[in-house]
Design a protein around this ligand. Sequence first.
Ligand code: B1M
Length: 221
Amino acid sequence: MKEILAEIKKNIVEGRLDSEDEGFDGDMVGQPGVKELVKQALEENVSPHDIINESLNKGMEQVGHLYESNEYLLPDMMAAAECVSEAIKMLEPHLVKEDVQSMDRFVLATVEGDLHDIGKNIVATLLRGSGFQVNDLGTGIPADKIVAAVEETNAQYVGLSALLTTTMEHMPEVIEKLKEKGLRDKVKVFIGGAPLSAEFAEKIGADYYCEDAFEALEKLK
Ligand code: B1M
C-alpha cells in the first residue's frame, strides 16, 4: 500500500482529524492528521477510489476489531467515524462528474434500528457523482417509509444498508412490502453493509449484494 494511504488509515484509527489532535498516546500534536493527509493525497493525484477502499474502509475495519476486543470504547469509534465523514466531504468534489445527468432514480436508506451511515453516504456520493437522482432517506428507516418513497418517486432502484446483524433482518420486510404494493418487478433492490453477503441477498430475494460502493456502480452499469 502507498505510504500516504497507510498514513491516512493510521490516523483514522487514531481518530486524528488534524494536526492539532494528540492521538491515543498523546504525542502526535503537530503531525499531519486526516484532513492534511487527504489534501496531500489529492494533490499527489492519488485516486479517491484508493483513498476510500484502502484507507477509510480498512481503517474503520480495524476500529471495529479494536472495539470488539474492548480496546476501544464508543467515543473512540465515534472519533474515527468523524474523521471518515470529513474525508468523504473532501473527496466529494472529486467523485462528481458535473456533466452527467440521468433520469435514473435511486432511493437509499439505512434500515430500521440502524444508525450507521458512513457507507451509505459514500454510496450516495458516488451515485450522485455518476448522475443518479438519489433520494437519501437517512438512517433508521422503517420498511413502510422506504416503500412509500419508492412509490412516490417512481424509483427504478432501491439501496438498503445495514451494519448490524440484528437490523439486516429488516431487509426482507422491505422486499415483502414492495411485493404487497405490486412494486417488486418495477425496482431493482441493492443491499450492502459489512454483515451482508451474496448468499443473504439471494436468501431474501434482493437483486444485488454490493461489497462496496464501487461495486454498486459496476452492477448498475
Ligand atoms: Co457500530 N458496530 N455500533 N458504530 N460500528 C459495528 C457495525 C460493529 C461490527 C463493531 C464491532 O463490534 N466490531 C458492531 C456490530 C456487531 C453486530 O451487529 N454483530 C457495532 C455495534 C455493536 C454498534 C453499537 C450497538 C454499539 C453500542 O452502542 N454499544 C451501536 C449501534 C447503533 C445503532 O445503529 N443503533 C454502534 C454505533 C456506532 C457509532 C455511532 C459509534 C459509529 C457509526 C457512525 C456513523 O455511521 N455515523 C459506529 C461505527 C463507525 C462502526 C464501525 C467501527 C465502522 C462502520 C463503518 O462506518 N465502516 C463498525 C465495524 C465494521 O464495520 N467493521 C461498527 C466504514 C464504511 C465505509 O463501511 O458501512 O460497511 P460500510 O459500507 C461500505 C460497504 O459495506 C458498502 O459500501 C460502503 C462503502 O464502500 N455498502 C453498501 C454499505 N451500504 C451499502 C448500500 C448499498 C451498496 C453498498 O446499496 C446500494
